[in-house]
Each structure stands twice: as C-alpha cells, then as structure tokens.
Design a protein around this ligand. Structure first.
Ligand SMILES: *Cc1c(COP(=O)(O)O)cnc(C)c1O
Length: 349
C-alpha cells in the first residue's frame, strides 16, 4: 500500500470544490414505493414503462453486479459504456492544457481520443516485443503532471494479458492513478484486479457489458474503485447517465449468469479451433497468444489480405498502422458457423 498516496492531491481543484446537481430522484430516495404520488420531477404521469426518470444510482443493477463480482456497491460506478466512465476519470483528475497521461501503444484508441477532447497530453511508452509493459521506462516517463496510466489487460489489439508482477510494481510505484481496462477479462485465465482494490488506493478497474456479456448495444460500463474515487466521479456524472431501458436489459442479462458463462465457454473453445485452423494458412506468419475473444495475426501483406477478405464478405480489423503491429490483422471469434466460413475463405485466398 502506498502510504504517500492522497487522492485529494490528484483531483482537479474545481471538481473538489464542486457541489453536484441534486436531482429529484436523488433527494427523494424511495422512488420505487407504489404508495407515493410523485409530483417532484415534472414527468408525464401516464405510465408507459419509461415515463419516469431512471434511478440515478442504478441501485438494482449495482446490487446484482455486487453479488456477481463480490464487490460492495459503494465501490461501483456505472456509465453509458466504459467510454463514459473513462471520460469521467479524465474530467475529474486531468487539468486541461496542463496534465498528461501515459498509454502503452499498441492499445485501445479511445484513451487518445478522450485525452485529445479533454486537452490532455499523452506520453507513450511502447510495449516490449512480447507486448508487455516496460515498467522502468514507464516510471521514468512520469512527471509531476502525470495523472493517469492506462493498462489494458487483456490488451486490445495484442490480445495478451500483462504480467501480474509488472502491474503490481506499477501500482506500488506510480504516483498517479492506474486505470486497468478489463474489457476482455471474462475470456482470460487471469483473475480480475478488482480483488486487489482494497490494497491499492490508486487503482481503478474498468469493465463493460459490451463484450463477454453480449450487450454492446445497451452501453453499460462499470468502474470499480475506492469509495473516495467513486464519490468524486459521482459528483460529476450526469444524473441520469444510464437510461431505464439499459438498466432493465442489464438486469435481465445479469440474472442469466449460466447463459452468459456458456457463451463465454463457447467463444473460448471456438477460439482454440480458430487458432488451430489459422496455423495451416501459409500466408499467416505469426499467431499471437490470446486471452481475449479475438486473435492477432501477422500476415504477408495485411492491407492486401484485408481487401481480399472484404471482397468475400468478411470484415476483420487491419492494425498494420499501429506500433509493433506491422502487417497485423485482428480477427474477432464468431459463432462456429461464421468461423467455419471464415476458415474456408482464408484457405481459398
Ligand atoms: C471494446 C472495448 C471497451 C468497451 O467500451 P464500451 O464503451 O464499454 O463499449 C473498452 N475497452 C477496450 C480496450 C475495448 O476493446
């Protein structure tokens, strides 16, 4: 545990001083009671399922997540996708035109976009040849204006997880907040870092229902952190950031844990089959290890292969312009039917 870490030294002064908007549903908590007549929020009184404002604290979704993830609800904040969660983190801790963050390319493109929209500098430390973080270089790169370090593990687009000992060394020695983006954690053999939250007061873990839970369309991102960090983010989140339809759909899906786990197992076994088949494709040079629901491969000519696949009706991701990803394509694991068609096409081009 970092004894010197004090979240109040990192939060932007205007955010520390800010008094949050108090919504009607915040002020009167027991909004589910049927006996009450609600004349407080200027809603249309005629019931249609969505005529009332949604619960600003998403109590029911959080309590399900709390029991599934074994984390108290006060350590959870929900957003309109993890993109919103990450944006809130920028706005709480990074002073525009002054502060900076560190990212480890090749990685998820949204960190850069969010930094740019918030006028925050991005310092980069490329991953090593095994796609692992260069811990000492990262620690040497941070300066007094460095607020955030983004670790995407399993990493998009490289598909591997970062070694726990490296992450731990960073958590112990980095002066700002470390955001571990675990969008793909359910496909991985590694344990989530949410089990270590109480040890590291500078840790934020981001997860999402977009990948393993199959709900990219409803936009639900999850932030796990200390109660101190969660209260700061709660002050600045839009009051009704997770809409009613999303909350209902999320609950229905979270109730079907067995179905979700079966789909994850199916995707993982399809991933093994796909990797075996890829090994016999002569123009694929390297198949990188994966802990995610996609596979990164190095091919002879990524742009040419990408175009050939599109002609056959298959869209993959061309990552050739990313650092360390020259001639790399990223394949998402599909259904068994889709993967069989995909493999047949790969063999024919
Ligand atoms: C897909 C993905 C996400 C998901 O973002 P949402 O806004 O929750 O859909 C987050 N991080 C990474 C690295 C991803 O690849």
């Amino acid at each position: 545990m970092k004894t010197t870490f004090n979240i109040n030294n990192l939060v932007r002064p205007n955010i520390a001083a800010l008094k949050p908007y108090s919504s009607a549903r915040d002020e009167f908590k027991d909004a589910t009671s049927n006996q009450m007549i609600f004349l407080d929020a200027n809603e249309n009184p005629f019931e249609n399922g969505v005529n009332r404002y949604p619960d600003p604290q998403q109590k029911d979704v959080k309590s399900m997540l709390s029991s599934i993830k074994n984390i108290p609800t006060e350590n959870i904040l929900l957003g309109n996708g993890s993109d919103e969660v990450l944006d809130l983190i920028f706005r709480a801790f990074c002073e525009p035109n002054q502060d900076n963050i560190i990212t480890l390319p090749p990685t998820y493109g949204m960190y850069n976009v969010l930094a740019n929209t918030n006028a925050i500098d991005v310092l980069t430390v490329e991953l090593n040849a095994d796609f692992q973080p260069k811990v000492d270089d990262i620690l040497n790169t941070q300066n007094s204006n460095t607020k955030l370090l983004f670790l995407c593990s399993p990493n998009n687009p490289t598909a591997n997880s970062f070694e726990a000992s490296k992450i731990e060394k960073l958590l112990t020695n980095f002066n700002g907040i470390i955001v571990i983006d675990e969008a793909y954690i359910d496909f991985s053999e590694d344990e989530s870092w949410i089990s270590r939250l109480s040890e590291f007061s500078n840790l934020i873990v981001a997860q999402t229902l977009s990948k393993a839970y199959g709900m990219a369309g409803i936009r639900l991102g999850i932030c796990f952190a200390s109660t101190e960090i969660i209260s700061i983010l709660n002050k600045i989140k839009p009051p009704y950031n997770v809409n009613q339809l999303t909350q209902l759909k999320a609950i229905q899906r979270l109730e079907k844990q067995q179905e979700v786990q079966n789909e994850i197992q199916n995707i993982i076994s399809e991933r093994s089959l796909l990797i075996k088949a890829l090994a016999s494709i002569t123009w694929i040079d390297t198949i990188y290890p994966t802990q995610a629901n996609f596979v990164l491969v190095k091919v002879d000519d990524a742009t040419n292969r990408y175009n050939q696949l599109v002609e056959k009706g298959i869209v993959v991701r061309n990552r050739t312009n990313q650092p360390l990803c020259n001639n790399c394509l990223r394949f998402t694991v599909g259904t068994s039917e889709e993967n069989e068609k995909f493999i047949a096409v790969l063999k024919n081009i």
